[in-house]
Design a protein around this ligand. Structure first.
Ligand SMILES: Cc1cc2nc3c(=O)[nH]c(=O)nc-3n(C[C@H](O)[C@H](O)[C@H](O)COP(=O)(O)OP(=O)(O)OC[C@H]3O[C@@H](n4cnc5c(N)ncnc54)[C@H](O)[C@@H]3O)c2cc1C
Length: 308
Protein backbone atom coordinates (compact mmCIF):
# COMPACT_ATOMS: atom_id res chain seq x y z
CA UNK A 1 0.00 0.00 0.00
CA UNK A 2 1.16 3.52 -0.68
CA UNK A 3 0.77 7.02 0.63
CA UNK A 4 -0.86 8.57 3.64
CA UNK A 5 -4.37 7.62 2.66
CA UNK A 6 -3.55 3.96 2.41
CA UNK A 7 -1.44 3.74 5.53
CA UNK A 8 2.19 4.45 4.53
CA UNK A 9 4.33 7.14 6.15
CA UNK A 10 5.30 9.25 3.13
CA UNK A 11 2.62 10.95 1.06
CA UNK A 12 2.83 9.38 -2.38
CA UNK A 13 2.65 12.76 -4.13
CA UNK A 14 6.09 13.75 -2.86
CA UNK A 15 7.65 10.74 -4.54
CA UNK A 16 6.12 11.33 -7.97
CA UNK A 17 8.03 12.98 -10.85
CA UNK A 18 7.27 16.48 -12.02
CA UNK A 19 4.79 16.45 -14.89
CA UNK A 20 3.14 18.96 -17.22
CA UNK A 21 -0.28 17.47 -16.53
CA UNK A 22 -2.18 17.49 -13.24
CA UNK A 23 -1.99 15.40 -10.07
CA UNK A 24 -5.06 15.39 -7.83
CA UNK A 25 -4.54 13.85 -4.41
CA UNK A 26 -7.35 11.88 -2.78
CA UNK A 27 -9.51 12.39 -5.89
CA UNK A 28 -13.13 11.26 -5.67
CA UNK A 29 -13.54 8.53 -8.28
CA UNK A 30 -17.31 8.17 -7.85
CA UNK A 31 -17.81 11.10 -10.20
CA UNK A 32 -15.67 9.34 -12.83
CA UNK A 33 -17.90 6.26 -12.95
CA UNK A 34 -21.39 5.66 -14.31
CA UNK A 35 -22.41 3.84 -11.12
CA UNK A 36 -21.49 6.98 -9.17
CA UNK A 37 -19.89 4.97 -6.38
CA UNK A 38 -16.38 4.21 -5.20
CA UNK A 39 -13.72 5.60 -2.91
CA UNK A 40 -10.87 7.93 -3.87
CA UNK A 41 -7.77 7.50 -6.00
CA UNK A 42 -4.72 8.02 -3.84
CA UNK A 43 -3.56 10.24 -6.72
CA UNK A 44 -5.41 10.90 -9.96
CA UNK A 45 -3.03 11.82 -12.80
CA UNK A 46 -4.32 13.67 -15.85
CA UNK A 47 -1.35 13.67 -18.26
CA UNK A 48 -1.03 16.58 -20.67
CA UNK A 49 -0.18 14.33 -23.64
CA UNK A 50 1.48 11.01 -24.54
CA UNK A 51 5.02 12.37 -23.94
CA UNK A 52 4.03 13.54 -20.46
CA UNK A 53 2.60 10.10 -19.65
CA UNK A 54 5.67 8.40 -21.10
CA UNK A 55 8.00 10.56 -18.96
CA UNK A 56 5.88 9.79 -15.88
CA UNK A 57 6.11 6.04 -16.53
CA UNK A 58 9.86 6.18 -16.99
CA UNK A 59 10.50 8.25 -13.87
CA UNK A 60 7.90 7.04 -11.37
CA UNK A 61 9.27 5.22 -8.32
CA UNK A 62 9.35 1.46 -8.76
CA UNK A 63 6.44 -0.49 -7.34
CA UNK A 64 3.81 2.25 -7.41
CA UNK A 65 0.63 0.71 -8.79
CA UNK A 66 -0.76 2.48 -11.86
CA UNK A 67 -4.37 1.94 -12.91
CA UNK A 68 -5.93 3.46 -16.02
CA UNK A 69 -9.60 4.32 -16.26
CA UNK A 70 -11.65 5.44 -19.23
CA UNK A 71 -15.23 6.68 -19.07
CA UNK A 72 -15.98 4.48 -16.03
CA UNK A 73 -18.97 2.88 -17.75
CA UNK A 74 -17.80 -0.67 -17.04
CA UNK A 75 -16.34 -0.11 -13.58
CA UNK A 76 -17.33 -0.87 -10.03
CA UNK A 77 -14.74 0.93 -7.91
CA UNK A 78 -14.86 -0.31 -4.35
CA UNK A 79 -15.58 2.03 -1.43
CA UNK A 80 -11.99 1.95 -0.11
CA UNK A 81 -10.71 3.47 -3.37
CA UNK A 82 -7.66 2.68 -5.51
CA UNK A 83 -4.14 2.76 -4.07
CA UNK A 84 -1.33 4.31 -6.10
CA UNK A 85 -1.86 6.41 -9.21
CA UNK A 86 -4.99 6.34 -11.32
CA UNK A 87 -4.45 7.66 -14.85
CA UNK A 88 -7.21 9.22 -16.92
CA UNK A 89 -6.54 10.40 -20.50
CA UNK A 90 -8.69 13.48 -20.58
CA UNK A 91 -6.88 16.31 -22.38
CA UNK A 92 -7.45 17.31 -26.05
CA UNK A 93 -4.17 15.56 -26.98
CA UNK A 94 -5.86 12.21 -26.27
CA UNK A 95 -9.01 13.05 -28.25
CA UNK A 96 -7.65 13.50 -31.79
CA UNK A 97 -9.42 12.00 -34.81
CA UNK A 98 -7.53 11.41 -38.09
CA UNK A 99 -8.85 9.82 -41.29
CA UNK A 100 -6.87 7.92 -43.89
CA UNK A 101 -9.41 6.84 -46.50
CA UNK A 102 -11.88 4.61 -44.68
CA UNK A 103 -9.53 4.06 -41.73
CA UNK A 104 -9.86 6.30 -38.71
CA UNK A 105 -7.34 6.74 -35.90
CA UNK A 106 -8.84 7.92 -32.65
CA UNK A 107 -7.25 9.06 -29.38
CA UNK A 108 -7.91 6.72 -26.45
CA UNK A 109 -9.48 9.49 -24.37
CA UNK A 110 -12.20 10.36 -26.89
CA UNK A 111 -15.77 9.60 -25.84
CA UNK A 112 -17.11 7.05 -28.31
CA UNK A 113 -20.15 9.21 -28.99
CA UNK A 114 -17.88 12.13 -29.96
CA UNK A 115 -16.83 10.14 -33.04
CA UNK A 116 -20.32 10.41 -34.55
CA UNK A 117 -19.99 13.73 -36.37
CA UNK A 118 -16.56 12.92 -37.83
CA UNK A 119 -17.82 9.61 -39.26
CA UNK A 120 -20.85 11.27 -40.82
CA UNK A 121 -18.83 14.21 -42.22
CA UNK A 122 -16.23 11.85 -43.74
CA UNK A 123 -18.76 9.33 -45.09
CA UNK A 124 -17.20 6.40 -43.18
CA UNK A 125 -19.74 3.73 -42.21
CA UNK A 126 -19.54 0.35 -40.47
CA UNK A 127 -18.35 1.93 -37.20
CA UNK A 128 -21.68 3.31 -36.03
CA UNK A 129 -21.96 0.69 -33.29
CA UNK A 130 -18.83 2.07 -31.61
CA UNK A 131 -20.48 5.47 -31.11
CA UNK A 132 -23.39 3.94 -29.21
CA UNK A 133 -21.25 2.23 -26.55
CA UNK A 134 -20.87 4.43 -23.44
CA UNK A 135 -17.29 5.19 -22.46
CA UNK A 136 -14.12 6.00 -24.33
CA UNK A 137 -11.88 4.45 -26.97
CA UNK A 138 -9.28 2.97 -24.54
CA UNK A 139 -11.99 1.22 -22.50
CA UNK A 140 -13.70 0.12 -25.71
CA UNK A 141 -10.56 -1.77 -26.73
CA UNK A 142 -9.86 -3.23 -23.30
CA UNK A 143 -13.40 -4.60 -23.04
CA UNK A 144 -13.64 -5.60 -26.73
CA UNK A 145 -17.00 -3.89 -26.58
CA UNK A 146 -19.72 -4.85 -28.99
CA UNK A 147 -23.35 -4.40 -29.85
CA UNK A 148 -25.76 -4.59 -32.78
CA UNK A 149 -23.99 -7.71 -34.07
CA UNK A 150 -20.45 -6.30 -34.18
CA UNK A 151 -17.48 -6.10 -31.84
CA UNK A 152 -14.41 -3.89 -31.79
CA UNK A 153 -12.22 -6.79 -32.89
CA UNK A 154 -14.20 -6.92 -36.20
CA UNK A 155 -13.00 -3.45 -37.17
CA UNK A 156 -9.70 -3.14 -35.31
CA UNK A 157 -6.55 -2.44 -37.35
CA UNK A 158 -3.85 -1.36 -34.86
CA UNK A 159 -3.21 0.62 -31.71
CA UNK A 160 -0.38 2.43 -30.00
CA UNK A 161 0.22 1.37 -26.43
CA UNK A 162 2.51 2.54 -23.66
CA UNK A 163 3.84 0.05 -21.15
CA UNK A 164 4.94 0.35 -17.54
CA UNK A 165 8.53 1.10 -18.63
CA UNK A 166 7.46 4.04 -20.75
CA UNK A 167 7.96 2.29 -24.10
CA UNK A 168 5.49 2.96 -26.92
CA UNK A 169 4.63 0.14 -29.33
CA UNK A 170 2.42 -0.26 -32.36
CA UNK A 171 0.29 -3.34 -31.77
CA UNK A 172 -2.01 -5.45 -33.95
CA UNK A 173 -5.01 -7.68 -33.23
CA UNK A 174 -2.69 -10.59 -32.44
CA UNK A 175 -1.15 -8.68 -29.53
CA UNK A 176 -4.58 -7.93 -28.12
CA UNK A 177 -5.89 -11.53 -27.90
CA UNK A 178 -9.48 -10.39 -28.26
CA UNK A 179 -12.13 -12.62 -26.77
CA UNK A 180 -15.76 -12.13 -25.77
CA UNK A 181 -15.94 -8.76 -23.97
CA UNK A 182 -12.27 -8.89 -23.23
CA UNK A 183 -8.81 -8.43 -24.64
CA UNK A 184 -6.05 -10.24 -22.83
CA UNK A 185 -3.35 -7.64 -23.20
CA UNK A 186 -0.96 -7.11 -20.28
CA UNK A 187 -2.36 -5.11 -17.37
CA UNK A 188 0.36 -2.48 -17.64
CA UNK A 189 -0.53 -1.47 -21.21
CA UNK A 190 -2.15 1.90 -21.64
CA UNK A 191 -3.83 2.36 -25.00
CA UNK A 192 -2.93 5.74 -26.49
CA UNK A 193 -4.90 5.53 -29.73
CA UNK A 194 -6.59 2.98 -31.97
CA UNK A 195 -7.20 2.65 -35.70
CA UNK A 196 -10.43 1.15 -37.02
CA UNK A 197 -11.41 0.13 -40.54
CA UNK A 198 -14.73 1.38 -41.83
CA UNK A 199 -16.26 1.45 -45.30
CA UNK A 200 -17.47 4.14 -47.64
CA UNK A 201 -21.10 5.03 -46.94
CA UNK A 202 -23.57 7.83 -47.54
CA UNK A 203 -23.64 10.32 -44.63
CA UNK A 204 -27.44 10.17 -44.38
CA UNK A 205 -27.29 6.35 -44.16
CA UNK A 206 -24.65 6.52 -41.38
CA UNK A 207 -26.74 9.04 -39.46
CA UNK A 208 -29.85 6.89 -39.86
CA UNK A 209 -28.08 3.85 -38.35
CA UNK A 210 -26.75 5.95 -35.46
CA UNK A 211 -30.25 7.28 -34.74
CA UNK A 212 -31.68 3.73 -34.80
CA UNK A 213 -29.02 2.58 -32.33
CA UNK A 214 -29.77 5.49 -29.98
CA UNK A 215 -33.49 4.81 -30.18
CA UNK A 216 -32.99 1.10 -29.46
CA UNK A 217 -30.94 1.89 -26.36
CA UNK A 218 -33.41 4.50 -25.12
CA UNK A 219 -36.28 2.03 -25.36
CA UNK A 220 -34.53 -1.15 -24.11
CA UNK A 221 -31.90 -0.07 -21.58
CA UNK A 222 -31.87 2.18 -18.49
CA UNK A 223 -29.26 4.43 -20.12
CA UNK A 224 -30.08 7.47 -17.99
CA UNK A 225 -29.60 5.61 -14.72
CA UNK A 226 -26.51 5.04 -12.60
CA UNK A 227 -25.48 1.70 -14.06
CA UNK A 228 -22.50 -0.01 -15.70
CA UNK A 229 -24.46 -1.82 -18.40
CA UNK A 230 -24.55 -5.62 -18.51
CA UNK A 231 -23.33 -6.88 -15.16
CA UNK A 232 -22.60 -10.44 -16.25
CA UNK A 233 -21.26 -11.98 -19.45
CA UNK A 234 -23.62 -14.14 -21.48
CA UNK A 235 -22.64 -17.78 -20.88
CA UNK A 236 -22.00 -19.72 -24.14
CA UNK A 237 -25.23 -19.82 -26.17
CA UNK A 238 -27.30 -18.39 -23.30
CA UNK A 239 -28.49 -14.97 -22.21
CA UNK A 240 -27.54 -13.77 -18.75
CA UNK A 241 -30.68 -11.62 -18.35
CA UNK A 242 -32.90 -14.63 -18.99
CA UNK A 243 -31.09 -16.79 -16.44
CA UNK A 244 -31.32 -13.97 -13.90
CA UNK A 245 -35.02 -13.51 -14.53
CA UNK A 246 -35.78 -17.24 -14.40
CA UNK A 247 -33.86 -17.53 -11.12
CA UNK A 248 -36.31 -15.01 -9.63
CA UNK A 249 -33.83 -12.15 -9.24
CA UNK A 250 -36.03 -9.42 -10.78
CA UNK A 251 -36.66 -6.75 -8.15
CA UNK A 252 -33.81 -7.87 -5.87
CA UNK A 253 -32.28 -5.06 -3.80
CA UNK A 254 -29.35 -4.57 -1.43
CA UNK A 255 -29.21 -1.16 0.27
CA UNK A 256 -29.49 1.43 -2.49
CA UNK A 257 -28.68 -1.06 -5.28
CA UNK A 258 -31.30 -2.93 -7.27
CA UNK A 259 -31.84 -5.03 -10.36
CA UNK A 260 -33.13 -2.75 -13.12
CA UNK A 261 -36.85 -3.28 -13.74
CA UNK A 262 -36.12 -2.53 -17.42
CA UNK A 263 -33.25 -5.01 -17.96
CA UNK A 264 -32.49 -7.84 -15.51
CA UNK A 265 -28.76 -7.88 -16.30
CA UNK A 266 -28.34 -4.19 -15.38
CA UNK A 267 -27.80 -3.23 -11.74
CA UNK A 268 -28.75 0.27 -10.69
CA UNK A 269 -27.62 2.68 -8.02
CA UNK A 270 -30.89 4.28 -6.91
CA UNK A 271 -28.91 7.22 -5.55
CA UNK A 272 -27.44 6.20 -2.21
CA UNK A 273 -25.90 2.81 -2.98
CA UNK A 274 -22.37 1.98 -1.93
CA UNK A 275 -20.05 -0.12 -4.07
CA UNK A 276 -20.43 -2.82 -1.39
CA UNK A 277 -24.24 -2.82 -1.92
CA UNK A 278 -23.79 -3.31 -5.67
CA UNK A 279 -21.15 -6.01 -5.30
CA UNK A 280 -23.22 -7.86 -2.68
CA UNK A 281 -26.27 -7.73 -4.95
CA UNK A 282 -24.20 -9.10 -7.85
CA UNK A 283 -22.84 -11.95 -5.72
CA UNK A 284 -26.36 -12.77 -4.47
CA UNK A 285 -27.54 -13.02 -8.10
CA UNK A 286 -24.65 -15.34 -8.94
CA UNK A 287 -25.65 -17.60 -6.03
CA UNK A 288 -29.35 -17.66 -7.00
CA UNK A 289 -28.63 -18.41 -10.67
CA UNK A 290 -26.18 -21.14 -9.66
CA UNK A 291 -28.69 -22.72 -7.29
CA UNK A 292 -31.34 -22.81 -10.04
CA UNK A 293 -29.24 -23.71 -13.11
CA UNK A 294 -25.79 -24.87 -11.90
CA UNK A 295 -24.35 -22.11 -14.12
CA UNK A 296 -21.91 -19.65 -12.53
CA UNK A 297 -22.31 -16.20 -14.05
CA UNK A 298 -19.10 -14.30 -14.68
CA UNK A 299 -18.85 -10.56 -13.92
CA UNK A 300 -18.62 -8.42 -17.05
CA UNK A 301 -18.37 -5.27 -14.92
CA UNK A 302 -14.77 -4.79 -13.80
CA UNK A 303 -14.32 -4.49 -10.06
CA UNK A 304 -11.35 -2.47 -8.87
CA UNK A 305 -9.87 -1.14 -5.67
CA UNK A 306 -10.14 -2.11 -2.04
CA UNK A 307 -13.10 -2.74 0.22
CA UNK A 308 -13.75 -0.29 3.06
C1 LIG B 1 -25.91 2.01 -20.26
C2 LIG B 1 -24.74 1.15 -20.66
C3 LIG B 1 -24.81 0.39 -21.80
C4 LIG B 1 -23.72 -0.41 -22.19
N1 LIG B 1 -23.80 -1.13 -23.35
C5 LIG B 1 -22.74 -1.86 -23.75
C6 LIG B 1 -22.78 -2.59 -24.98
O1 LIG B 1 -23.76 -2.54 -25.71
N2 LIG B 1 -21.71 -3.33 -25.33
C7 LIG B 1 -20.58 -3.38 -24.55
O2 LIG B 1 -19.62 -4.08 -24.92
N3 LIG B 1 -20.50 -2.70 -23.38
C8 LIG B 1 -21.54 -1.94 -22.97
N4 LIG B 1 -21.46 -1.24 -21.79
C9 LIG B 1 -20.25 -1.34 -20.96
C10 LIG B 1 -19.19 -0.26 -21.26
O3 LIG B 1 -19.78 0.87 -21.86
C11 LIG B 1 -18.07 -0.78 -22.15
O4 LIG B 1 -17.44 -1.86 -21.54
C12 LIG B 1 -17.04 0.31 -22.46
O5 LIG B 1 -16.24 -0.11 -23.54
C13 LIG B 1 -16.15 0.69 -21.29
O6 LIG B 1 -15.38 1.81 -21.67
P1 LIG B 1 -14.90 2.89 -20.62
O7 LIG B 1 -14.11 3.91 -21.33
O8 LIG B 1 -16.06 3.41 -19.83
O9 LIG B 1 -13.93 2.02 -19.73
P2 LIG B 1 -13.85 1.92 -18.13
O10 LIG B 1 -15.16 1.42 -17.62
O11 LIG B 1 -13.35 3.18 -17.56
O12 LIG B 1 -12.75 0.79 -17.98
C14 LIG B 1 -12.97 -0.51 -18.45
C15 LIG B 1 -11.63 -1.23 -18.55
O13 LIG B 1 -10.85 -0.63 -19.57
C16 LIG B 1 -9.57 -0.29 -19.07
N5 LIG B 1 -9.13 0.92 -19.78
C17 LIG B 1 -9.79 2.09 -19.90
N6 LIG B 1 -9.07 2.95 -20.65
C18 LIG B 1 -7.94 2.30 -21.01
C19 LIG B 1 -6.78 2.64 -21.77
N7 LIG B 1 -6.62 3.85 -22.32
N8 LIG B 1 -5.81 1.70 -21.92
C20 LIG B 1 -5.93 0.48 -21.37
N9 LIG B 1 -6.99 0.09 -20.64
C21 LIG B 1 -7.98 0.99 -20.46
C22 LIG B 1 -9.77 -0.07 -17.58
O14 LIG B 1 -8.57 -0.26 -16.86
C23 LIG B 1 -10.81 -1.15 -17.28
O15 LIG B 1 -10.16 -2.38 -17.09
C24 LIG B 1 -22.53 -0.43 -21.40
C25 LIG B 1 -22.46 0.37 -20.24
C26 LIG B 1 -23.55 1.16 -19.88
C27 LIG B 1 -23.43 2.03 -18.68
Amino acid sequence: MFGRLFGAKTPILESLPEVRGKYIENAKLAKHTWFGVGGPAEVLFLPEDADDLKAFMMRKPEGIPVTVIGGGSNLLIRDGGIPGVVVKLDTPAFKQITFNGTEVTVGAGLKNSDLKKALVDNGVGGLEFICSVPGRIGGLLRTNAGCFGRTVSDVFVKAHILNDWGNVYETTAEDFNFSYRSSLFPDDWIVLDATFKGEKAAPEEIKKIMDEHSEYRRSHQPINQKTAGSTFKNPDGLQAWKLIKEAGCAGMKVGGAEVSPMHCNFLINRGKATAADIEELGEAIIEKVKAKTAITLEWEVRRMGVKK
